[in-house]
Design a protein around this ligand. Structure first.
Ligand code: PEP
Ligand code: MG
Length: 328
């Protein structure tokens, strides 16, 4: 199948009626960018910086981080690369920075850790900025935002890093900045967030776990973990409408974006880009190239009327079958 679809990889991710749906890729470790760039992508929608941190023996220093980030930025230049600041805690522990908590997913995670350790964040921001010099394709993304004050503090540190570098004779552009929408509280703070940042990126993996109160890694409750739960669909629809009203791009970088029927719904909602793991690109592109935008919108309006996750899945399966896309 992947061979069958691979010949489409350099074709636009555009519906038959001409709606363009930019696809981006999620990365972590050093990537085979050349292979990735054979498929038509619009950049890196999520570079998880914690991934390289997980295989070192201590926090990588500024020089080492600069090299890592330069490698990513250069590999994909001139396409944008969205670099997320360190998102540890929850299920992602660094061996040299253990965090012991009763409820790790509700605890010290992502921005909460790095704002308590500005020295760690400053090194990372300085390294990203230095790495982006003269490439200017860096986008910075802050994870696990709950309160607007966290954004203000993170931006203050970003500006300080830019100022520091300037004083050292390294002039860098201020990158575009975004926040992850993955804590339900942010759904209701879109206006305040939009005053501060340039773009939104929805983390549907965490948004699902927090909205449904279901641990994303606990097999006992895995049948309740469902990104297509009507509550999620309602939240995603609202987020996309808010972003449009606020004239800010909104991407989604969780697993839902890599699911063909999920991607069609997100496209119909008006998401401006979708970011996924590389292996999902062919099937999502195939779905987009075969389903007219107005049909995806029709599908969305049907699905939004359903009451249960099971009904949503049944309906999507049926329509994918009608479109002869159930093999994807
Ligand atoms: C998410 O939460 O959906 C996400 C993309 O980030 P992560 O899976 O790294 O938490
Ligand atoms: Mg997340």
């Amino acid at each position: 199948l992947s061979e069958l679809l691979s010949h489409e990889q350099d074709l636009p991710s555009e519906t038959p009626d001409g709606h363009d749906m930019p696809l981006m890729v999620n990365t972590g470790l050093a990537v085979d960018a050349a292979a990735l760039l054979k498929s038509r992508i619009s950049g890196v929608g999520l570079y998880r910086t914690e991934v390289p941190f997980m295989i070192t023996e201590r926090f990588p220093g500024e020089k080492e981080q600069t090299r890592l980030y330069r490698d990513q930025l250069e590999s994909f230049s001139p396409l944008p690369v969205v670099m997320r600041t360190l998102d540890i805690g929850g299920d992602k522990d660094l061996p040299y920075f253990p965090i012991e908590e009763a409820n790790p997913f509700l605890g010290w995670r992502g921005m909460r850790v790095t704002l308590d350790h500005p020295e760690v964040l400053m090194v990372q921001l300085r390294a990203m900025l230095k790495a982006s010099k003269e490439l200017d394709n860096l986008y910075v993304l802050f994870p696990m935002i709950t309160n607007v004050e966290e954004v203000d503090e993170a931006l203050r540190l970003l500006d300080r890093a830019i100022l520091e570098l300037g004083e050292e004779g390294i002039d860098v552009e201020r990158p575009k900045v975004g926040v992850m929408i993955e804590v339900p509280a942010t759904i209701y703070q879109m206006d305040a967030l939009a005053k501060r940042v340039d773009f939104f990126s929805v983390g549907s993996n965490d948004l699902t776990q927090y909205l449904l109160a279901v641990d994303r890694n606990n097999p006992r409750v895995s049948s309740l973990y469902d990104a297509l739960h009507p509550a999620l669909l309602g939240a995603l629809q609202e987020l996309s409408q808010d972003a449009q009203r606020l004239k800010k791009p909104i991407s989604l970088c969780g697993e839902l974006a890599g699911d063909p029927s999920g991607a069609l719904l997100l496209m119909a909602m008006g998401f401006t880009s979708l970011s996924m793991n590389a292996p999902s690109l062919p099937k999502v592109r195939a779905a987009i190239r075969r389903v007219p935008f107005r049909d995806a919108q029709q599908l969305l309006s049907e699905v939004m009327l359903l009451d249960t996750p099971a009904q949503v899945h049944m309906h999507l399966d049926k329509r994918m079958d009608d479109w002869q896309l159930s093999h994807l």
